[in-house]
Write a protein that binds this ligand. Sequence first.
Ligand code: DX5
Ligand code: ZN
Length: 216
Amino acid sequence: MNHLIAPSILAADFANLQRDIEMINNSEADWIHVDIMDGMFVPNISFGFPVVNAAKKHATKPLDVHLMIVDPDRYLKAFKDAGADSITVHQETCPHLHRTIQAIKQLGCKAAVAINPATPVSTLEDIVADLDMVLIMSVNPGFGGQHFIENTYKKIKELRTLSAEKNPGLLIEIDGGVDANNVTKLIEAGANVFVAGTSVFSSANQVAAISKLKHP
Ligand code: DX5
Ligand code: ZN
């Protein structure tokens, strides 16, 4: 399949969120990545429901909501109601991951699990068949603009081997430090969804930066 691009509005100008969402609408981006941080699971706080609602109001593309929060079960329905099309929870925050994934699916959302850089792919062995997508963090979650961690390539290959056996249609999303210099190698390793914050929004021509990721 062709790979997908999901610009992250964490790097947008929140005083001009409508403008930035419309830029994404008018680009070759496929999804809009929405980072929710609670100041507990990760050291940073991003934004909550009013901002997701506002983004949804203007977005013509699916909202890919990445929950970096403790006990995400409490808020799954609220994020669905705010406009989430897919919901990603962290493996590290879910003691009953199977139950959480079923709950996301029952809401009618695509269900995904994220793993931190230090969390092995093997921890997903018994859940991967139930997932639409796995998000491999290529930085430690919490902030945009960090350096890409090279060990990510190895994890993508391990996950492709696992998914070939258990879930061939699995999407593999990479989040953190993705840019025009590493996207080709990431595709070759087997990833097919790319989150990009800084590399898109710090660019003088944001629409062109998205096209460059789409056609590397
Ligand atoms: C980091 C977030 C990312 C972030 C990526 O915790 O999950 O989605 O927006 O930003 P860049 O592309 O700047 O690394
Ligand atoms: Zn993210």
